[in-house]
Design a protein around this ligand. Structure first.
Ligand code: SF4
Ligand code: SF4
Length: 216
């Protein structure tokens, strides 16, 4: 059952990539993102357990040395987070492919306030998947939030965007983008409910994960 859900979620991720590309094609002046631009990969952000499952599974494809590097970074980041906020588990928080004994190990009870306090205390940490050349080591498997980052109204303005306050917003195409993104978030919520049923942990649908959680 989880394999089917993972396949469905990969299709949803592809849909999000398509939404980004379609908006960028229609309103290139409204999107500042380009290869090598990585400011949005610095600073802690939350991903869902489904994103974490995908990152965990896909990390097995990394070359050995790169996998060792991202695991080291992830473990060190989790220790740092745990020292600030003890509810962040230092070990891997996703279930992994075997699913023989469900183990939900992520901080399900995080409040918005606790999360935002953690984010501000931890500051400018690099995502463990950001490599030495400032590229995402698992770009084809990046989380949903990474695929929508940089779209006007959908994501918070990054440092690069906010330095260009007069930048056009692609107004003519915003309504279509908003509808599409609403549809994506609706499907994501339904898939997270399915995930919670599969892992037999109701709170898993709202669990907080980090990229590091999937890699340690
Ligand atoms: S969201 Fe901002 S920092 Fe990220 S790629 Fe786009 S312009 Fe660059
Ligand atoms: S997963 Fe990839 S795209 Fe997302 S923040 Fe990390 S390095 Fe950037």
């Amino acid at each position: 059952m989880l394999d089917k859900l993972i396949d469905d979620y990969l299709r949803l991720l592809a849909r999000a990539t398509g939404a980004f590309a379609s908006f960028k094609d229609a309103a290139p002046e409204a999107v500042t993102c380009k290869p090598g631009c990585c400011e949005c990969c610095v600073g802690l952000f939350e991903i869902t357990p489904l994103d974490a499952e995908i990152v965990a599974l896909a990390s097995a494809q990394l070359p050995t040395a790169e996998l060792a590097r991202v695991r080291r970074e992830a473990a060190s980041q989790l220790e740092h987070l745990h020292a600030i906020e003890s509810r962040v588990p230092v070990g891997r928080g996703v279930l992994g492919p075997a699913k023989k004994s469900p183990r939900v190990d992520f901080p399900v009870s995080f409040t918005e306030r606790a999360l935002s306090s953690l984010v501000s205390q931890v500051g400018n940490v690099r995502c463990p998947l950001l490599d030495d050349a400032d590229r995402c080591a698992l770009y084809p498997f990046r989380p949903l939030v990474c695929r929508l980052q940089g779209l006007p109204r959908v994501s918070r303005p990054c440092g690069v965007m906010s330095q260009e306050p007069g930048r056009p917003k692609g107004t003519k195409n915003l309504a279509r983008l908003t509808r599409e993104v609403d549809g994506i978030f609706g499907m994501e919520a339904r898939m997270l409910s399915r995930y919670a049923k599969i892992v037999r942990a109701r709170d898993a649908a709202h669990a907080v994960c980090f990229v590091a959680t999937a890699l340690a």
